[in-house]
Design a protein around this ligand. Structure first.
Ligand SMILES: Cc1cc2nc3c(=O)[nH]c(=O)nc-3n(C[C@H](O)[C@H](O)[C@H](O)COP(=O)(O)OP(=O)(O)OC[C@H]3O[C@@H](n4cnc5c(N)ncnc54)[C@H](O)[C@@H]3O)c2cc1C
Length: 306
């Protein structure tokens, strides 16, 4: 029986691990399909406090992991495939074995949806991203594009007008599915140019491997053309990594875990932290803050339950 298992090694899981390890719980931390989480896929992070020159995403994550290990956190390359409450504690299936734990912190994050074009993975951080708040400021006075047609795409496009010389909002249909107010704000902005009935089919890079544009295909005529942009912001949604918990933990309609008081879920002893429960902020620092809160909630739960 473990005292505490933490699912995920993104900012939320690793911060929970630092706190739980310092409280002598020797938590077992599961790496899952993306060790280090979303930050391990990016380059410079300029908005995590304490690093005035910025810090590379993987370096920040490795530092958090080393800090947790120093206090006794144990890491395992394993993925949770099933979950079930079992009379006051919970059971988890990790690939091919079952483990039991008194408390569980779920910090399994959310995965950005991408377009599925060639070289996509290698271009993340080199002119391809899914986060305008994170990366918008890197693209000052250059043209960029946002791909999508919902509220997030409109919000990101409007936000990016603060930096970019021009923002193309690329949508595969001839009208946006965003709410009227968000759509109008984007469409009416002088720096935003709508690109209707179009979908990117290829990323174009310069000799250094940085984004220089996209090939767009007209979804009606099939015609192709090139569009010069320095960054592509993909805003077609996120998928919370909550598959193993479906039907057992309360979630919203899109599968984000619902927190009750603090980070408590509907099952006693099970806590949720970070992007897996946060569809609003989705930042490294907010995920880390929730990881801290979840570890403290779990610690208090254990002291109240002997
Ligand atoms: C390209 C990019 C750039 C970004 N840049 C910035 C930035 O500059 N500043 C900023 O503040 N934020 C940035 N973000 C956002 C930030 O990375 C996220 O908000 C943050 O990583 C969320 O942390 P998390 O721990 O909640 O989840 P994640 O980082 O998503 O980590 C989830 C973890 O859970 C694990 N996992 C998932 N399912 C399972 C399972 N079934 N079993 C076991 N483990 C599982 C995964 O392997 C992973 O380790 C960026 C995001 C992206 C995609």
């Amino acid at each position: 029986m473990e005292k505490m298992i933490i699912v995920g090694t993104g900012c939320a899981g690793l911060t929970a691990a630092v706190y739980a390890a310092r409280a002598n719980f020797a938590p077992l931390v599961l790496e899952g399909h993306e060790p280090g989480g979303q930050l391990s896929t990016t380059t410079l992070v300029e908005n995590f406090p304490g690093f005035p020159q910025g810090i590379e995403g993987p370096e920040l994550i490795m530092g958090m992991k080393a800090q947790a290990e120093r206090f006794g956190a144990r890491f395992e390359y394993a993925t949770v495939t099933e979950f079930e409450p079992a009379g006051g504690h919970v059971r988890l299936k990790l690939d091919d074995k079952w483990v039991e734990t008194e408390t569980l912190v779920i910090a399994s994050g959310a995965s950005a949806k991408w377009l599925g074009l060639p070289r996509e993975k290698e271009l993340v951080g080199h002119g391809l991203t899914s986060c305008a708040t994170c990366d918008g400021a890197f693209y000052r006075n250059v043209p960029v594009c946002v791909v999508g047609g919902g509220d997030s795409a409109c919000e990101e496009a409007t936000f990016l007008t603060r930096f970019a010389s021009k923002v193309y909002l690329i949508h595969r249909r001839d009208s946006l599915r965003a709410s009227k107010i968000m759509a109008e704000r984007a469409i009416n902005h002088p720096k935003v140019e709508m690109v209707w009935n179009s979908a990117p089919v290829e990323y174009l890079t310069d000799t250094e491997g940085e984004m220089r544009g996209v090939v767009l295909q007209d979804t009606v005529t099939g015609e192709k053309r090139e569009l010069e942009v320095k960054c592509v912001f993909v805003a077609i949604g996120h998928t919370p990594n909550t598959g193993p918990f479906k039907g057992k933990l309360d979630m919203d309609a899109d599968g984000y875990l619902l927190q009750r008081q603090g980070t408590h879920t509907n099952i006693p002893g099970v806590f949720a932290a970070g992007d897996v429960a946060d569809r609003t902020y989705r930042q490294a620092i907010t995920a880390a803050g929730q990881g801290c809160a979840a570890a403290l909630d779990a610690e208090r739960y254990m002291s109240h339950h002997g």
